[in-house]
Design a binder for this molecule. Structure first.
Ligand code: F0G
Length: 459
């Protein structure tokens, strides 16, 4: 008999988690203004708020932490990290930062000016925030296929070459660089193909523009290239990663995802002028150039994490778990962005809570219902996260309205996946009784979803 698939690691340390009663959760959610970001972690049973900084480090990463060099200048650990980044990506210059958005802040302080246009594929919210707060425009050029959640195509995260070409031909002088997010988080953790990366580079070269990769989940992207793109099945993940970065001039990285550390990030590039420009912002914002907001021990763990997570077995275990949850939802008929993404399942709330009008935020409503059902914390990636249009101040209802179930790396078992799917099924089965959503009672001007306060209507 063929042996079933199983994890490529075993567990050495555990952390107890606790269930609660529906009554307790009703009270806690009310106290959190119906915003799950404001819950206390101990009020959550299975936490799928994010896969960022929530992964379990390996024994090798913990061991590496013990040899961290905490020198202010010239830390050995910085050079270990820099060497690993160069080995994987080929980039010469590295600036450490405390996380991904800090890398964006440092680099964009140098690169982005008011009136600029930055084309890309579904800019992540902090990326968009750092562009819009500088009075520039984040122009989404994602392929149209990404909008049809039921369409099963292998590289739904791609940049549409036609949209990109149009942006460049119309606004060439206003475009400082192109950004490609791998994997495309906002479109559902969907990968970008090698062919597409190559096409973006060709178009960029034609207009003499640099390309930046937002690389938070670059290793998961490489896994999808290996298993889905012709010609890559026999290449190692590290070989694929190297080729991916041959089409970029630089990267911003949130190491809290694919480097499997709890905190950390960096900028890496081959462009000396980007390095020189960003350097002057790193020191006042993040810290000196050989630590930039990180401890020496964190840089050690980051280097090991990058090495481990660019190995096939680790990625296969991770992505098959996400796929497992997707298959469970298929059994119950629950719609989500197809195919299952790299780091999460994006449940299509609009198709589930059809009785809740968009003005009452269906995905946020479903997020609350799932928490109340079983103490499972997902995250709205929808109309709330989309913020208001900076000019008209109207809500942006044009995108998709998802509940993201982000799976932390090496943390939960497939038994937890079964619980998640069953809880969602229970909500799904009573979807027609859910007719009212939520109303905003307080919101911030930018990135409102973190702190927004909401009232549940019709309660
Ligand atoms: N880029 C992408 C594609 C991201 O997903 C994130 C973070 C960032 C940049 C910013 O990195 O958090 O280290 O400052 N995404 C997390 C998430 C928060 O839950 O998807 P950061």
């Amino acid at each position: 008999m063929e042996l079933p698939f199983a994890e490529s690691w075993r567990i050495k340390m555990v952390e107890p988690i606790r269930k609660s009663t529906r009554e307790e959760r009703e009270k806690w959610l009310e106290e959190a203004h119906n915003n799950v970001f404001q819950l206390k972690a101990e009020q959550v049973y299975i936490d799928l708020l994010t896969d960022s900084g929530t992964g379990a480090m390996s024994d090798r990463q913990w061991a590496a932490m013990m040899v961290g060099d905490e020198s202010y200048g010239g830390s050995k650990s910085f050079f270990k990290m820099k060497d690993m980044i160069k080995k994987l990506t080929g980039f010469e210059y590295v600036i450490p930062t405390h996380q991904g958005r800090a890398a964006e802040n440092v680099l964009f302080s140098y690169l982005v000016k008011a009136g600029d246009i930055i084309p890309g594929n579904s800019h992540f919210d902090t990326t968009k925030g750092h562009i819009e707060s500088r009075k520039a425009v984040a122009l989404d050029c994602t392929v149209d296929e990404a909008k049809d959640t039921q369409l099963e195509v292998p590289f739904k995260g791609n940049v549409c070459p036609k949209k990109l070409e149009k942006a460049l031909s119309e606004h060439k002088d206003k475009i400082p660089f192109i950004i490609v997010t791998i994997t495309n988080n906002t479109a559902g953790g969907q990968p970008v193909s090698m062919e597409n990366l190559r096409q973006v580079k060709e178009i960029a070269d034609k207009y003499n523009k640099p390309v930046l990769f937002d690389s938070a989940r670059f290793a998961e992207n490489a896994y999808f290239i290996k298993v889905r793109e012709k010609g890559y099945e026999n290449k190692t993940i590290k070989e694929i990663v190297k080729e991916m970065y041959s089409y970029a001039d630089g990267m911003t990285m949130s190491a809290k995802k694919d480097a499997i550390v709890n905190m950390g990030g960096f900028i890496a590039t081959n462009k000396a002028e980007w390095y020189e420009g960003a350097k002057t912002f790193c020191i006042p914002f993040e810290g000196y150039l050989t630590y930039g907001g990180m401890n020496g021990r964190d840089m050690e763990a980051l280097a090991v994490g990058l090495d481990e997570n660019t190995e096939f077995d680790n990625l296969e275990t991770r992505i098959k778990q996400v796929e497992y949850l997707g298959k469970k939802l298929d059994e119950y008929g629950i719609p989500y962005q197809r195919p299952a993404g790299g780091h999460a399942i994006f449940v299509d709330a609009d198709k589930i809570l059809t009785c809740v009008p968009k003005e009452e935020f269906p995905a946020q409503t479903l997020t609350c219902e799932l928490y109340l059902e079983a103490g499972i914390r997902g995250c709205e990636i929808g109309y709330l996260l989309a913020d208001r249009d900076p000019v008209t101040r109207q809500n942006r209802f044009t995108g998709l309205d998802f509940v993201r179930l982000a799976i932390p790396r090496r943390v939960y078992t497939n038994n937890h996946m079964d619980v998640i799917a069953a809880a969602l099924k229970n909500v799904y089965d009573r979807r027609e009784q859910i007719t009212r959503g939520v109303e905003i009672t307080w919101e911030a001007e930018l990135m409102r979803h973190f702190t927004v306060q909401l009232k549940r209507l019709g309660k």
